[in-house]
Design a binder for this molecule. Structure first.
Ligand code: HT7
Ligand code: ZN
Length: 883
């Protein structure tokens, strides 16, 4: 497949301004008729009309009602001599939705029809200029069997519906939808099936009435309340925070069980993976409730950041995704309420960034937030484009302030509403709304965040001069080489910081008495001087994780303990604890010695756990050790088994040393009364679950049977899924004997609920490895009657859990993990290339592995790459891995 280059962008030779689509829906053969109003783009040289199309069966092509000659060139339909003046183009083709296992284009799931058009799925429905800068007004007619598909949905407003009377259409009905907003084809959607809806009418600030609907399969309706509440909260928030109203009379959300990602922001008709939509206390965990709230918000927020203003080309994907992730993160923080609950959100977001994006940024797939080339765009819906992209947007806000950022957003919409634009246009709007700001004065340098891949390393070194009472902080930065980018230039790094004295009191940083400031590092090396500092202070740098960098501040354990106990910034209090743990683990790994936690560390952790004022949610985060993939990131040569052994050793020591404290924490964090997923209750459940895991783990070591028994009892009696799954995880993760009966009972209880059975598979595949048992079980589970590669949630629950989130089970000295990976990637690729290429990415970081893993992993990647009939998706991943 050709490599598509960002700098090759050209405007299209034609515009499609209007399109009337009609669908005669049938699972085996759907007839699509498309009538387009086409106009030559006079800004570019004269050329043929080239329409995209894949897996289509063309029936006819007419221009102004007359047959036209055309040729097919690969995935393009070429009309060499279309008229010079505006013309009507009619295409009729058929497609086969029931055979569409790739879940891109029009497909069937559970007997209903759904579409997924982003990024390039529309071309699998009909021939079109399937690129985001071609925006058209759509009118869509759907015809289908009235009994099997009573609900017929598309974007916009319903303008007509009824039964079809003609003899050939017996038992069929129709609906006509019109979307007044010009949109790119990737936002087009159709749903047809036997669905039911939860409905709610809302009135927005502007006094307009809107109908909100959440469509799901019969039987799932009671699981849609949380999604509906989240949607209403999102509508209110976007109007209050950014002045962005809902612009449609009707806003629909639909759930589907077979879906490649979380959800999709089709204009007025969002389609959701049921895993990101359905929740009840009995079947969804606190984490599910939080994720659903944020994804519902994310898709809703796309209505402005993505739909009203869209991307000129797919290289600009972060324009909508980075910005919309930033918006959903801000929303979740505002919804969380207290400043401590906000910090918990921030910590969780940063943990996610470090676990997924940092490894990506230092591996074979490292790419800038605005990539320079791709062969398959689906491979670039990445943690870099989404999560690092969001951090870039957050840095704008840090540099211009919250009000300045809101002014920038306002200008962005004033300038670009209804347009398809670039990341440069966004940057310019934020800068122009804030003239003279720290951003506007260094905008070109700031934009290196879009063009340079890799995570910058920032080093800090402070020196106190007692004679002059000054403290000089020297900051240096360096970004490591990434594929295709051997050298990097300095970036603009906002470092939010403060200084503490050794007792933890905040020091004034300037004559005005400020105790927090933003240092803007934009050179390879800079010094910052603070006056009137009496004694050596403890610097608290990068508060709130103010830039997506790795910070080495060289702080001693004693200084970290001061920060952990006293910093006014909750993020840095958490970070100091993580650093203390990380330092110990890394020291043990580097020395090849068994890990022994220091007394000071254990006492600090005891202090956190028993602290009378700290929230349970914060305690849970502080007492959770750094993840294995984040630890791997700190090492030049990675031995996944050694890392796992070190983390397990640390965990066992924490479990044992704090036994009584865990017991007290478990008991103190029980909740009486009904379930609500609010931050305080979910924090308590999280801490109780962590305590229970620690107590069961410790019991395994001491031979005690009381805690495993209590865990089993709790598992059986739990009144919500968070407690039930927490207790089950405590048993499974500790390798307790009661794990097996509990797993069997869990399966029997939930055998008819696919989303819960996904959890059952994932829990087993993610369990801490011990003597190869977890790998063996995961392999056996691929033969389980409930396992299938056809459903992405199910396939991911086992394959991604094992190959991507369980390094010690996956990276085996006998290479069996890699053999398994290769088999599964090839099997999935034949069904669903997008899903296969996600799983293929388990090998992104093979080159940093220690031997014997490294050679065996490379060999497995090479074996997959040698297959001649790989999808473009998987080919790009394995070839980049080998490059
Ligand atoms: N914008 C949506 C992307 C998406 C997608 C992309 C490729 C293949 C399938 C897909 N499903 C959804 C999701 C979002 O960021 O909101
Ligand atoms: Zn998105």
């Amino acid at each position: 497949a050709p490599l598509i280059q960002r700098l090759d962008y050209q405007q299209p030779a034609f515009w499609i301004r209007k399109v009337d689509l009609s669908f005669d829906l049938d699972p085996a053969k759907t007839i699509v008729t498309s009538k387009m109003q086409v106009e030559r783009n006079r800004a570019v040289p004269h050329g043929p009309l080239r329409l995209h199309g894949e897996e289509l069966n063309l029936l006819r092509a007419l221009i102004n009602g007359a047959g036209v000659s055309f040729r097919q060139e690969g995935h393009e339909l070429v009309i060499d001599n279309p008229p010079d003046e505006d013309f009507a183009l009619e295409i009729r083709n058929t497609i086969c939705p029931e055979k569409n296992t790739a879940l891109s284009g029009l497909y069937t799931s559970g007997g209903s029809f759904f579409t997924q058009c982003e990024a390039e799925g529309f071309r699998r429905i009909t021939y079109f200029l399937d690129r985001p800068d071609v925006m058209a007004v759509y009118t869509v007619t759907l015809r289908a069997d009235a009994t099997k598909y009573p609900v017929l949905l598309s974007n916009g407003n319903l303008v007509d519906s009824g039964t079809l009377e003609e003899p050939g259409n017996k038992g069929r009905h129709f609906a006509v939808w019109h979307d007044p907003f010009p949109k790119p084809s990737y936002l087009f959607a159709v749903v047809a099936g036997d669905l039911v809806a939860r409905e709610q009418r809302v009135r927005t600030r502007a006094g307009k009435d809107h109908l909100l609907q959440v469509y799901v399969r019969r039987g799932d309706l009671e699981k849609t309340e949380h999604a509906m509440n989240s949607l209403i909260a999102s509508i209110v928030w976007d109007e209050a925070r950014f002045g962005l109203p809902l612009d449609l009379e009707r806003f629909m959300v639909v759930g589907v069980s077979d879906f490649n990602m979380g959800a999709m922001e089709n204009k007025g008709l969002n389609i959701f993976n049921t895993a990101a939509l359905l929740a009840s206390p009995a079947t969804a965990t606190d984490a599910d409730f939080a994720r659903i709230e944020s994804i519902v918000a994310h898709e809703y927020f796309h209505n402005w950041t993505g739909n009203r203003v869209t991307c000129r080309d797919w290289f600009q994907l972060s324009l909508k995704e980075g910005l919309t992730v930033f918006r959903d993160q801000e929303f979740s923080m505002d919804m969380a309420g207290s400043s401590s609950a906000r910090a918990v959100c921030r910590i969780q977001d940063v943990r996610q960034l470090r676990a997924l994006q940092f490894p990506e940024d230092s591996g074979a797939m490292a790419h800038p937030v605005r990539p320079d080339s791709y062969s398959e765009i689906n491979n670039f819906y990445t943690a870099t484009v989404y999560e690092k992209g969001s951090e870039v947007v957050r840095m704008y806000q840090t540099l211009v302030g919250r009000k300045g950022f809101e002014a920038g957003m306002k200008l962005y919409f004033e300038r670009h509403d209804g347009q398809a634009v670039t990341c440069d246009d966004f940057a310019q709007a934020i800068a122009d709304a804030n003239p003279g700001s720290a951003l506007a004065t260094r905008l070109d340098t700031f934009k290196r965040w879009y063009s340079q891949a890799g995570t910058p390393r920032v080093k800090a070194h402070g020196e106190h001069d007692a004679a002059t009472r000054t403290y000089t902080l020297r900051l240096t930065q360096h970004t490591p080489a990434t594929p295709g980018q051997p050298t990097k230039l300095p970036q603009v790094i906002p470092v939010v910081m403060g200084l503490l004295d050794r007792h933890g009191a905040a020091l004034a940083l300037n004559a005005a008495g400020d105790t927090e400031t933003v240092l803007v590092l934009d050179q390879a090396e800079q010094t910052f001087v603070f006056e009137n500092i009496d004694a050596e202070p403890v610097p608290s740098l990068l508060r709130g994780f103010s830039a997506p960098v790795v910070l080495d501040d060289g702080l001693s354990d004693a200084a970290l303990l001061v920060l952990m106990r006293h910093d006014s910034d909750a993020f840095n209090r958490w970070e100091a604890g993580q650093r203390l743990a990380l330092n110990r683990i890394l020291a043990a790994l580097r020395a090849g010695q068994p890990l022994v936690l220091s007394n000071a560390f254990i006492e600090a952790m005891r202090g956190v756990l028993n602290h009378p004022e700290l929230d349970a949610a914060f305690k849970e985060l502080a007492l959770t050790l750094p993840g294995e993939s984040y630890i791997a990131e700190q090492l030049d040569v990675v031995d996944p088994q050694a890392i796992h052994a070190a983390v397990m050793a640390a965990q066992r020591q924490l479990a044992s040393a704090l036994r009584d404290d865990w017991t007290a924490a478990f008991e103190a964090n029980q909740i009486a009364g009904g379930y609500t997923p609010d931050p305080v209750s979910s924090g308590k459940r999280a801490l109780a679950n962590l305590a229970l895991s620690m107590l069961v783990l410790d019991a395994q070591a001491t031979g005690d049977t009381v805690w495993p028994g209590k865990a089993y009892q709790r598992f059986k009696d739990a009144s919500n899924m968070t407690d039930r799954l927490g207790a089950l995880a405590a048993l499974v993760n500790a390798g307790a004997e009661l794990a097996q009966p509990a797993l069997e009972r869990f399966h029997a209880l939930f055998k008819d609920d696919a989303l819960v059975i996904d959890k059952w598979f994932a829990l087993q595949a993610r369990a801490p490895e011990s003597d190869g048992r977890v790998f063996a079980r995961a392999k056996t589970l691929t033969k389980h009657a409930d396992f299938t590669l056809k459903n992405p949630n199910r396939a991911r629950s086992l394959l991604a859990s094992l190959c991507m989130f369980n390094p010690a089970a996956f990276h085996r000295a006998d290479a069996a993990g890699y053999v398994f990976w290769a088999e599964q990637v090839l099997a999935v690729d034949a069904i669903n290339p997008q899903l296969a290429s996600r799983i293929a990415r388990a090998m992104d970081r093979w080159s940093v592995l220690a031997e014997p893993y490294r050679s065996a992993a490379r060999e497995a990647v090479a074996r997959v790459a040698a297959k001649p009939d790989l999808s473009t998706d998987v080919r790009e991943i394995v070839e980049r891995a080998l490059a």
